[in-house]
Design a binder for this molecule. Structure first.
Ligand code: SF4
Length: 363
């Protein structure tokens, strides 16, 4: 048995589930804000075993899914340029943009798009192609932003003049605040993202309990982690003492990772940012600081955020706010499947619609 197996132990899971069935005697609508939690809750079968009083809602925890329509249109425009090579993580390749175009179709139309496994790999692409500008697509939450910031710093150290980042990074706490400020979301509790919390720690979530009285637990991704978090939430609701609890102490320090935050702060600065479905949220995105302007793809001549309408018929915006379950979308499993995705929530493996589709027997 490895150390992860211990967090899947069937006997312990059964015991925690029995406790949850006995103790969860009030309605509880909880949201998880991490695509890995979404998948884990389905994959482990937990969703179908939860007490009838507990409703699981997926939130805006998939970075590809929350990338705004205008941001997708922006990088698709950039991909058309002969002097540009786009470097990206593979999960952005099939995200649909205006007129059904994607990086995949752009590639078929002749655009040079390189899939990389780390932002640092994009530096090698830039070094090998001095006659073109290599633009890395900076999409992701606090989890990925530090590595991208460190890559920009490295590009400067290497004196790479043809490397840029299109910075669409987003910050999780402002999105949670926007969800709670919306009276229609009806969220009673949050399971908070383990990976993001490893960077930011617990303090940035304090407002959830202090201002909104919503109990929240930072937890891991194994069944025992999730069941323990739900028991903690049920206990906090019963006691009437909501708090932000770090139950993932084997990975997350309460203070987060100060080294990662320092490089993020050195290279990026928070700004208001667009989110798919949630709109413009104050202080929820990162842009590249003036000191690193030479590495900012938004400062290339002619690059703008174009207006782009929501994808026709796609309800990703409501899914990301927890206002609609993916299988309530009229296109789910009809026009929209993983083979024929209409929206990003069906494209990304961590998207709510893709998880619902893959595990639909478990709905
Ligand atoms: Fe969009 Fe497809 Fe999800 Fe509907 S099922 S919300 S069309 S991704």
């Amino acid at each position: 048995m490895n150390s992860f197996d211990a967090f899947k132990d069937p006997k312990l899971c059964r015991a925690l589930l029995d406790r949850l069935l006995a103790e969860a005697d009030q309605p509880l609508r909880f949201m998880e804000v991490c695509g890995t939690h979404t998948v884990s809750i389905f994959q482990s079968g937990l969703r179908s075993l939860l007490p009838a009083t507990i409703t699981h809602v997926t939130g805006p925890g998939c970075p590809v899914c929350v990338t705004h329509e205008s941001e997708v249109a922006c990088f698709l425009e950039l991909a058309k340029r002969d002097d540009v090579i786009i470097a990206t993580f593979g999960d952005l390749m099939r995200v649909p943009g205006p007129k059904g175009k994607s990086l995949k179709t752009a590639q078929a139309d002749g655009a040079r798009v390189e899939i990389v496994y780390s932002p640092i790999d994009a530096l090698a692409v830039a070094a090998a192609n001095p006659g073109r500008t290599v633009v890395f697509l900076g999409v992701g939450f606090e989890t990925t932003a530090p590595a991208v910031a460190a890559t920009i710093r490295l590009a400067r150290e290497q004196n790479l003049k043809n490397f840029r980042v299109l910075c669409f990074h987003k910050l999780v706490p402002p999105a949670l605040e926007a969800l709670l400020a919306d009276p229609e979301t009806n969220i009673d509790a949050f399971i908070l993202p383990g990976h993001v919390s490893a960077i930011i720690g617990a303090a940035p979530y304090a407002f959830l309990a202090d201002r909104y009285h919503v109990p929240s637990v930072i937890t891991g991704f194994e069944p025992l982690d999730i069941l323990s978090a739900l028991l903690e939430i049920v206990a906090m609701r019963k006691s009437g003492q909501p708090a932000v609890v770090n139950a993932y102490t084997r990975v997350v320090a309460d203070s987060g990772n100060p080294v990662a935050r320092a490089v993020m702060d050195e290279v990026f600065v928070p700004v208001d940012a667009l989110w798919r479905g949630l709109g413009l949220l104050p202080g929820s995105g990162l842009v590249i600081r003036e000191a690193f302007a030479d590495f900012d793809a938004m400062r290339l001549p002619g690059v703008t955020l174009p207006d782009a309408p929501p994808l026709a018929g796609c309800r990703c915006g409501e899914v990301l706010k927890g206002k609609m379950a993916p299988n309530e979308c009229p296109l789910f499993d009809k026009a929209c499947t993983p083979a024929t995705p209409v929206g990003p929530c069906m494209v990304s493996t961590e998207g709510g619609c893709a998880a619902f589709y893959k595990y639909k027997l478990d709905l």
